[in-house]
Design a protein around this ligand. Structure first.
Ligand code: ME8
Length: 519
């Protein structure tokens, strides 16, 4: 294990009922940035994502296409993996709930809970929402409809197995009230405690007999294991539990953070910890329920068809621009509205103007005034100290923000440095210095400081925009290594003399917004 220790981060495992949209991309990009950041800091990282493949909904979609579930799923899963490849998602493991090892381990977990008496056989009577695959009690319904999606629920009665969730009520309350940072943001804690735990937890129906596309109960195979039990278990089966507990499971569990959308916080902060408590397994350190990306008409939904396709945006503006936009524009815990105009204005102001111009102006000036060679002047200007101080301080601020999963303000800290560096150009006016040969040493200092500040920016943006960092390194004659490493952003003044800069095309071309919105 690395000196820094391990870091385990997960995304939800997505339903491969159709192509993924920008909402799924949002969670996955956030997890990817955290994984890259922690690796850059020297942690031993496990980043898990995957697909949730069982249940009636998937069975129905496959049937509608005239396909067997697995045949349908293999195609959609291949498309999802292609999307993550295009987006350079650096997952370490991709789990499918149809993987043999997962199915076997879920059965083992079910048996363990049954043997312990925490799963028992009874009769289920209640309300079921088919699209959400969720059971609800009458009191949880909103206007007699599913509280998650607002759709019709149907009354169901059948023999079923139950998980003794009620037994864990007090321990769950203790978890919410006394374990700092378990559920975040804080607003979600109150919702869970007041709406779900305090009114009293009921035992959870954890099997179905009305469809077959699922993992059978090992000792009673006409019952299929409830999809949420199957799905949540992925976070530990992927690590070997309960078959192999000495390898990845020992190293990475408990998870440092499960990233999820706010609509599934309930499953992750109540059902999942209760299951783990019953299995005598530690609960995850944190469940972070982020907000939704909404369209003007409401939440994107595969079934409503009002989705934004990430591939279309990537083809038009590039992967880095999309990643930057998603994490900079929206505050991670809150909802935000997606419009093309918001996207384009953000790309123009932050990427084309602030960062793109800074790099192209600096490279152009080093070419024009110094034949493309970076020189270290010995003079100082009145503006150097504040630039270098901010440059050295920025990494600490970014780390503090990222450790709180506050991506938007982390990027803003980096952009404060970008804007400060642009201001340094205005303050020092290199074009004026270039006209006076007595100022040559000052000019060298200024150009060096600009290059050095850009190097620090490029090291800090790498978890978010690896292509852009690489393009900057190429323009400044840098190879990936000590001078581009995350920690290199702690020190100003590392660039050696004599590096050769090379002009390249603009990092982010300026977009003509009215024209683009018309097309
Ligand atoms: O719920 N804005 O899968 P799913 C932000 N299989 N995030 C969004 C979003 C939006 N508009 N739409 C989707 C499932 N997401 C289960 C999970 S985990 C053990 C099982 C993201 O395909 C967000 O992370 O419906 C949300 O929680 C997830 O996709 C839901 O994906």
């Amino acid at each position: 294990m690395s000196a820094k220790g391990s870091f385990y981060i997960t995304t939800p495992i997505y339903y491969p009922s159709s192509k993924l949209h920008i909402g799924h991309t949002y969670t996955t990009v956030a997890a990817d940035v955290m994984a890259r950041y922690k690796r850059a800091q020297g942690f031993d990282v496990m980043f898990l994502t995957g697909t949730d493949e069982h249940g009636q909904k998937i069975e129905n979609v496959a049937k509608a296409q005239g396909k067997a579930p697995k045949e349908f799923l293999d195609k959609v899963v291949a498309e999802i993996k292609d999307l993550w490849k295009v987006m350079e998602i650096s997952y370490d493991k991709f789990i499918r709930t149809t993987d043999d090892y997962h199915e076997r381990r879920v059965q083992m977990m079910f048996e363990k809970l049954y043997e312990k008496g925490d799963i028992y056989k009874g009769t289920y009577e209640g309300m079921y929402c088919t699209p959400c695959e969720s059971f609800w009690t009458e009191s949880q319904l909103v206007d007699h409809k599913c509280p998650d999606c607002g759709r019709e629920v149907t009354k169901t009665s059948e023999e079923a197995y139950f998980f003794k969730m009620s037994k864990y009520q007090d321990r769950l309350l203790d978890l919410f009230e006394n374990v700092e940072g378990f559920a975040e943001p804080k607003s979600r804690v109150n919702e869970m405690v007041n709406n779900f735990i305090k009114p009293g937890l009921e035992d959870l129906c954890v099997t179905r007999t009305s469809f077959d596309w699922g993992i059978p109960v090992p000792f009673d195979p006409k019952h299929v294991i409830y999809v949420w039990l199957d799905a949540l278990s992925n976070y530990v089966t992927a690590l070997g539990y309960p078959e192999e507990v000495d390898g990845d499971f020992a190293k990475f569990w408990p998870a440092d953070v499960h990233l999820v959308g706010k609509e599934i916080v309930r499953f992750h902060t109540i059902i999942w910890p209760a299951m783990l408590m019953a299995l005598d397994v530690p609960v995850p350190k944190k469940v972070f329920g982020h907000g939704w990306i909404l369209l003007e008409g409401g939440k994107m939904s595969k079934s409503k068809g009002n989705i934004v396709d990430p591939v279309v945006l990537i083809d038009r503006y590039g992967v880095d621009a999309l990643k930057y936009f998603l994490l900079r524009e929206y505050s991670f815990g809150q909802d935000g509205i997606f419009t093309n105009e918001v996207l384009l204005n953000r790309l123009n102001s932050d990427l084309a103007n602030d960062l793109g111009n800074l790099v192209s102006r600096t490279v152009a000036m080093i070419e024009k005034y110094n034949g493309g060679v970076i020189k270290k002047g010995s003079a100082v200007t009145a503006f150097d100290a504040s630039l270098s101080a901010l440059a050295e301080e920025t990494i600490g601020k970014v780390e503090e923000r990222l450790d709180k999963l506050d991506f938007s303000t982390a990027l803003d800290e980096i952009w404060k440095l970008v804007r400060r560096t642009n201001k340094y150009i205005d303050e020092t006016s290199p074009w004026a210095l270039a006209k006076d040969e007595h100022q040559k040493d000052v000019l060298d200092t200024v150009l060096y400081n600009l290059a050095e500040s850009i190097r620090i920016v490029s090291a800090l943006i790498q978890p978010f925009m690896i292509h852009t960092s690489r393009k900057i390194w190429t323009q400044f004659g840098l190879e990936e290594g000590d001078l581009t490493h995350w920690d290199s952003a702690r020190s100003f003044g590392l660039l050696p003399e004599g590096l050769q800069v090379t002009k390249a095309e603009a990092l982010f071309p300026r977009i003509d917004v009215p024209k683009e919105l018309e097309s």
